[in-house]
Design a protein around this ligand. Sequence first.
Ligand code: ZN
Length: 394
Amino acid sequence: MEIADRIKELAQEYRDETAENLSKLVKIRSLSREEEEVQLELKRQMETVGFDELKTDGLGNVIGRMGNGKKILAIDAHMDTVNVGNPDNWEFDPFSGEIKNGHVLGRGSVDQKGGAASFVTGAKILKELGFDRDLTVYFVGSVMEEDCDGLCWKYIIEEDKIKPDIVICTEPTSCNICRGHRGRMEIEVVFRGISAHGSAPERGKNAIYMASEACLDIKDLNERLKRDAFLGKGSATITEFISNSPSLCAVADYAKIHVDRRLTWGETKESAVAQIEELLKNGDAEVRVLEYEESAYTGLKYGMEKYYPTWKLPTHHVAVKTGVDVYKSLFGKAPKVDKWTFSTNAVTIRGMYGIPTIGFGPGDETLAHAPNEKVPIEDLLKASAFFALYAYRI
Ligand SMILES: [Zn+2]
């Protein structure tokens, strides 16, 4: 029997188990930096598969290794989720993990514990088939993605010293293939004015006016940002405006704006900062890129600059071509090869460290961070088969 057919058969056989594993993961609340319990559950599920090595690293990522080959493939799923938002918008309990009408229900089912449950089954299939290719496969349940995408992989590459040749990021793609997304960065601009009595504003310099002019300039800048045929347009918007003055009867001497900047192909931290500095060249303002630094659930403090580089792989790259080939073998037709709208751990994996990355994951990305999140069990089955066959074909 063809290996692809055998893998499909096993994915079908383990279908209910995959759904039940996901249900267990969904039942455990796991906001960023609070992944300890869900990590224990994922590790328990991975233990039943039997990896050559299974550990939790200093940042709290759970990492299972299969094989010992020179070439390294990693499959990543972040274990943290965002909060539920207004509970009234949900038609079911976000933490029930209920399995109903061919779906697993709840927060994180799509974004993206479904990826983790599917890779556990993918690993189980490889084990069952006695996988012995000259390849190392790491299965990674990662932390803190919703807080600082890519930070976990900065740790894995720099501290765990694991540097894969190819990574599959299992964020939701509705079981299509993704080969890129826009990058992003968080910029703050601080304006310093001079206060004066509110009865004589001409004596002072109002920081609110300075910031307001800059806001309108940034609105215009957004309109003329460059566009990439595949990734779309870069964007800039103001997400916060803070000001201060000695009293409500005084000219404001301080204002601060927060800019959410999405970066398309060819836009970098340097180019984005320079554009804003150019707008401010006649004013007294300071532009800075924010830093992230927080403690993981393990207690370890770790951080990085809030610059998340843009990435894309060409369609003819071997990582993409292998994905297309695996898809055709399993499902008998060509996949859609697309991009994500949101950002993922690939910002560091590919954007910072240059490691070829593709996306393939269960669930519809429009349900990520939304109420009534649920994932089709059929998608979990497809993803588990895809991960297993990818390990054979790469
Ligand atoms: Zn996600």
